[in-house]
Design a protein around this ligand. Structure first.
Ligand SMILES: *[C@@H]1O[C@H](CO)[C@@H](O)[C@H](O)[C@H]1NC(C)=O
Ligand SMILES: *[C@@H]1O[C@H](CO)[C@@H](O)[C@H](O)[C@H]1NC(C)=O
Ligand SMILES: *[C@@H]1O[C@H](CO)[C@@H](O)[C@H](O)[C@H]1NC(C)=O
Ligand SMILES: *[C@@H]1O[C@H](CO)[C@@H](O)[C@H](O)[C@H]1NC(C)=O
Ligand SMILES: *[C@@H]1O[C@H](CO)[C@@H](O)[C@H](O)[C@H]1NC(C)=O
Length: 593
């Protein structure tokens, strides 16, 4: 019995390990023939004559990075084979791939694109015996349906990629980088055991994002760039940068230099216009659009460091919790000409710099506290009936300014669902409180980016960060946070942003975001907090929670692939957490329940 079990698992491991793509493509066929990648493999890029030089450079640079990853990563997948099993190809025979033929079939849409204008689809084929494009641009090969033959390692092979846009090409490169392994034995060659390969892929959702909070803790620019890299390797395409909050204002606004000079945590803990430009460009060249959020009217106390008159109820102590969700309390004043002038100056400075990278800007709107408006000279009330029209006035002004710049707003769900404010028709609403919120936003006719905190908040389960005084010690013991427990990658993977919606309703769900609020996350631990759990959401958003047959994707299928992808993240410098003990990797199927 025992030996039968071990033989079965060993066989299982041999056949199912190490074919790992993450996120899984919509359609993926592969064989088990070894092909080698030539150390001087070349890109052959073909695109319509009108293709911009920027597009060509983007593809060329993405190829250089991909090539670098494939050859430098040195991923030897020993963890995914039983002890004592030989996992490397027996010899150096097999087709050698010398060319990567890429055909981009249309010119990129002028950027930045709007939702509905992103074509991220691609096909990727690795025949065993080489192949050709036909004159119509179709790909033909011999051997793709059979498993081909070894040819002594001299016959040139090739990879064939087609895509409708440079974004599709980038995604194809990302997939390609996951098909290869490093061979310790055969003079350091790089090989795949999966030929022939035939992949036909496109994302389920247009918006696949991470919300990164760089206000509660300051992150060096390099940390943000590294996170963008990791997003792109997951085929995630949005970084939502929550760049200011009550605690600090790190974003330099040249028209109002005191904002960051006084509002940042310390000298140097800021993002200059050049830093911002670097972040936006880094994202652009990797297919990750950066959407900046300046949260208003709540979560703004740091503005008071430079402009105390704009903020009501600044840092009320000790009973701050009457006036805010977190200390320090404070909110932008309403019906206030100086606040409006501030918004205009801010947007006139910032939006033109963002506009060439994104058509979208997040104006926040979560957790507006009512009591803090008892101190606002033009309001002096915490009555919703008084506050609601004043907030409408505030938001209409703010969104009017966005519209003047041709920018479409994102807002948090509270603006629409709690305050019943009227938003521009094309405004996108970000839900976080429940799935019902998503449904309610859709019923009000707006597009949604979902991310229910019970599933997709990466910061949950780290415990309370408040220092409880002796009198409240008992109340809060054992100090769990409000959204405890931790959302495991399995829980994250179980979440379907469109569950319970009709097909028509689901069309208004642009996608979703996982959230990394930074109370207890900074550059020391962000990698292990975010990765590989965000990868679970990445697969839901790219591949869909259900497979082509409509069945939920399963842990036995996902777990070995995610485990392998995690190894790649680690080799690429991302400190992603392990997802299982090694024994489970080495015994595929042995850790099921
Ligand atoms: C590709 O085209 C070349 C030139 O037409 C031909 O010699 C070769 O056999 C073709 N290869 C395949 C696999 O069809
Ligand atoms: C080539 O591809 C196009 C669209 O991708 C398809 O309509 C056409 O039938 C294909 N032609 C051949 C000969 O397979
Ligand atoms: C509104 O403010 C009054 C004080 O003016 C306070 O007694 C009341 O509790 C507040 N309402 C809420 C809902 O906090
Ligand atoms: C908004 O509408 C909901 C549902 O009709 C209602 O419960 C809520 O009190 C309203 N909020 C305000 C501020 O009027
Ligand atoms: C599929 O997943 C959904 C959540 O996305 C869950 O509600 C449902 O029970 C699952 N179905 C099965 C058969 O496991």
């Amino acid at each position: 019995m025992i030996s039968k079990f071990s033989i079965t698992t060993a066989l299982l491991a041999l056949t199912t390990s190490v074919n790992a793509l993450w996120p899984i493509p919509q359609s993926y066929k592969h064989g088990d023939t070894v092909v080698w990648l030539s150390p001087d493999v070349k890109l052959v890029f073909d695109s319509p004559p009108a293709t911009q030089i920027t597009t060509k450079n983007k593809v060329q640079e993405a190829w250089s990075r991909t090539r670098g990853i494939i050859f430098q990563e040195r991923f030897v997948p020993w963890k995914f084979y039983p002890r004592g099993v030989k996992y490397e190809p027996e010899n150096r025979l097999g087709t050698v791939i010398k060319k990567v033929f890429v055909r981009q079939t249309s010119v990129d849409t002028p950027e930045p694109a709007r939702y509905g204008e992103f074509d991220e689809s691609y096909t990727l084929t690795i025949p065993v015996n080489g192949g050709n494009f036909t004159s119509q641009g179709n790909y033909t090969s011999q051997g793709i349906n059979g498993y081909g033959t070894f040819d002594g390692g001299r016959e040139p092979g090739a990879v064939y990629i087609t895509a409708g846009s440079s974004l599709g090409v980038l995604h194809a490169f990302t997939t390609l980088s996951q098909l290869f392994y490093y061979s310790n034995n055969h003079r350091g060659g790089v090989y795949s055991k999966l030929a022939p390969v035939e992949i036909n892929d496109k994302p389920k959702f247009q918006h696949r994002g991470l919300n990164m909070d760089v206000a509660r803790q300051w992150y060096p620019k390099e940390e943000i760039l590294k996170t963008i890299d990791a997003l792109s390797w997951n085929k995630m395409n949005r970084l939502h940068l929550h760049v200011t909050d009550s605690q600090s204002w790190p974003l330099e606004i040249p028209a109002m230099p005191d904002l960051a000079a006084k509002g940042s945590y310390a000298d140097g803990l800021t993002y200059s216009p050049q830093d911002l430009e670097d972040i936006l460009n880094w994202g652009w060249s990797r297919g990750v659009e950066v959407i900046v959020e300046i949260d208003t009217p709540g979560h703004t106390t740091s503005i008071a460091e430079a402009y105390p008159d704009l903020i009501t109820g600044r840092n009320k102590q000790p009973n701050w919790d009457t006036y805010a969700a977190q200390p320090p309390s404070g909110s932008l004043k309403l019906r206030n000409p100086a606040v409006k002038k501030f918004l205009t100056t801010l947007f006139d400075d910032l939006l033109p710099r963002l506009k060439s990278h994104s058509q979208y800007f997040h104006t926040g709107g979560d957790e507006v506290n009512k009591n803090v408006y008892l101190f606002d000279e033009n309001i002096m009330s915490n009555d919703s009936a008084v506050l609601q029209p004043a907030l409408q006035d505030f938001l209409s002004y703010s969104h009017g300014e966005l519209s003047r710049h041709g920018v479409t707003p994102f807002v948090w769900e509270e603006m629409l669902l709690d305050w019943n404010l009227t938003l521009p028709k094309d405004a996108i609403v970000q839900t976080w409180l429940s799935d019902e919120s998503t449904k309610n936003v859709i019923q009000k006719g707006h597009r949604v980016v979902a991310g229910n905190y019970n599933f997709w908040y990466l910061d949950c389960g780290r415990g309370q960060w408040l220092d409880f005084v002796p009198a409240s010690y008992k109340t809060f013991y054992p100090f769990n946070d409000y959204c405890s427990p931790t959302k495991s990658w399995r829980l994250i993977y179980s979440y379907n942003p469109i569950a319970g919606l009709t097909q028509d309703e689901a069309k208004l769900v642009l996608g979703g975001e996982v959230h990394a609020w930074s109370e207890q996350i900074d550059s020391v631990n962000i990698d292990s907090v975010v990765w590989p759990r965000a990868s679970a959401a990445a697969e839901v958003l790219w591949s869909g929670r259900t497979d082509a047959a409509g069945n939920n994707r399963t842990f036995p299928d996902a777990s070995p692939r995610l485990a392998e992808f995690r190894e790649r993240l680690v080799l690429r410098g991302v400190g992603a957490s392990p997802i299982q003990q090694l024994w489970c990797h080495q015994h595929t199927g042995g850790c099921q329940l």
